[in-house]
Design a binder for this molecule. Structure first.
Ligand SMILES: NC(=O)c1ccc[n+]([C@@H]2O[C@H](COP(=O)([O-])OP(=O)(O)OC[C@H]3O[C@@H](n4cnc5c(N)ncnc54)[C@H](OP(=O)(O)O)[C@@H]3O)[C@@H](O)[C@H]2O)c1
Length: 228
């Protein structure tokens, strides 16, 4: 019998670069983390890796559906091309009131092209695709697309970037609070979910910049002129 912990954060595909980076950061901030995977043993191994790096971390590993049932906030951390099947596979596990965070970027790698371009998504963005598939009452919020995985995983160093968070007001504010758990990450109110289309496209731009400027650890954005 799984128990929902309102303080916990589930990260589906938390075995990959970006999900593991977020797991490390949230665990370091003292939040319970539920790592999800298609294979429980991969999730258990990722959880062990986080516990090895963050002393006392409350991190457990589960199959994706089980991780989903254990947290109010569920972050999708799978490549764009696997987003729709993953969300469709979670409909029985998701419950009204949960927040589903879309971090996916429709990079053209999904169709065998390069990562410095995006492909069109009928719904407008990966986040709106997720929202179109999520069960009624589940709130989709867009965030973390412009944060590089390597910087997240580099625990001794600050990440240093802004995260634009889009979606309905109450769930958006919950996710903005999560951003503050990561040192030197600033949450920016990105308004309605439809604005995710701009934020997702910036990731392709960032990938091109990291190649041109030879910054393998990745780059982020900082907005100027925002009132404190
Ligand atoms: N990497 C970055 O710097 C970065 C930055 C910003 C945003 N993002 C976004 O974050 C998300 C994850 O990126 P990533 O670099 O961490 O990706 P990744 O390492 O390539 O994959 C993440 C996880 O997705 C799961 N996965 C793979 N194939 C799948 C399938 N067919 N069906 C369901 N799940 C599958 C795997 O978990 P299991 O095998 O354990 O199930 C894998 O560990 C993407 O949407 C990406 O656009 C990444």
């Amino acid at each position: 019998m799984s128990t929902l912990d309102s303080n916990a954060i589930a990260i589906l595909g938390g075995t990959g670069d970006q999900g593991l980076g977020l797991a490390l950061r949230f665990a370091a901030a003292g939040r319970p983390v539920r790592i999800g995977s298609r294979k429980e043993e991969r999730a258990l191994a990722a959880a062990e890796e986080v516990r090895g790096k963050v002393r006392g971390a409350d991190v457990t590993g589960h199959e994706n559906a089980e991780a989903t049932r254990r947290a109010e906030i569920v972050i999708l951390s799978v490549p764009f091309e696997h987003t729709a099947p993953t969300v469709k596979g979670l409909t029985a596990a998701l419950a009204p009131g949960q927040i589903l965070v879309s971090m996916g970027v429709p990079l053209a790698t999904a169709i065998g092209d390069g990562p410095v371009r995006t492909v069109g998504v009928w719904q407008g963005s990966c986040a709106e695709l997720v929202a179109s598939l999520a069960p009624d009452g589940v709130h989709t919020v867009s965030a973390f697309q412009n944060v590089p995985a390597h910087r997240l995983q580099d625990l001794p160093h600050a990440v240093e970037c802004d995260v634009i968070v889009s979606g309905d007001k109450a769930p958006r504010e919950r996710v903005m609070e999560l951003c503050k758990l990561i040192p030197s990450v600033r949450a920016v109110n990105g308004g309605p979910l439809a604005n995710a289309r701009y934020v997702e496209a910036w990731t392709a731009l960032l990938i091109g910049l990291t190649v041109r400027y030879k910054v393998p650890e990745g780059m982020g954005f900082r907005l100027t002129g925002l009132p404190e």
